[in-house]
Design a protein around this ligand. Structure first.
Ligand code: E4P
Length: 217
């Protein structure tokens, strides 16, 4: 499963790129607004930092406007993925941009039939929002499982990008459900390394090693 970071914070990305485990980045208008920098320059900075797919969202609500903005975003760097909302206009624009060779991430997916439409429109990625469904009392991960089954039934190549993941168990369950990618806030990514038994085990190993007087060299 590919791991993307869900942030437009360049300092956070710089701190985590050296892990060698980050395959791409997703942003949304809220995250870009929070970064507090002009959109396309910050996108260029992110694209230069991480060579994988970088999702940048159009904010127009009509298909022509989305195509126009999508083309502006694509011109920033070859690894830009145009992110469009799952609306009738968003899927019209998805079809136009995909036919023109753009990679499109269809976002704000909350049902399996929406995901079916996005795949038919030629989306490269579909982003089911797991955490927001959980927030509303639904089982968000069930949506990922349903999309996996539907895409496998018909051989759709659209990749499932599990989004709105809030905890390490969300990441585990997305991987078990067969998501192709997961996008995580930096704090959730950092938490994936953690297990108290790892810390305790390492502490004991180092203590015993020190007491032995042995050396690796
Ligand atoms: C994904 O593309 C979105 O940017 C993101 O995962 C939304 O997460 P949230 O529901 O925690 O805001």
């Amino acid at each position: 499963m590919q791991i993307f970071l869900d942030t437009a914070d360049v300092a956070e990305l710089k701190a985590l790129v050296d892990t060698g485990l980050i395959d791409g980045v997703t942003t949304n208008p809220t995250l870009v607004a929070k970064a507090g920098k002009p959109f396309r320059p910050v996108l260029a900075e992110i694209c230069a930092l991480i060579p994988g797919p970088i999702s940048a969202e159009a904010v127009a609500t009509d298909a022509a406007g989305m195509v126009r903005e999508g083309n502006l975003l694509r011109a920033v760097a070859p690894n830009v993925v145009v992110k469009l909302p799952l609306t009738p206009e968003g899927l019209k624009a998805t079809k136009i941009l995909s036919a023109d060779g753009a990679k499109v991430n269809v976002t704000l997916c909350f049902s399996a039939v929406q995901a079916l439409l996005a795949a038919k429109a030629g989306a490269t990625y579909i982003s089911p929002f797991v955490g927001r469904l959980d927030d509303g009392g639904h089982d968000g991960m069930e949506l990922v499982r349903e999309i996996r089954a539907i895409y496998d039934n018909y051989g759709f190549e659209t990749q499932i990008l599990a989004a709105s993941l809030r905890t390490p168990p969300h990441v585990r369950d997305a991987a078990l459900a067969g998501a192709d990618c997961a996008t995580l806030p930096p704090a959730v990514f950092r938490a994936l390394y953690k297990h108290p038994l790892t810390d305790l085990g390492l502490e004991a190993f180092l203590k015993d090693w020190k007491a032995s007087g042995l050396s690796v060299e």
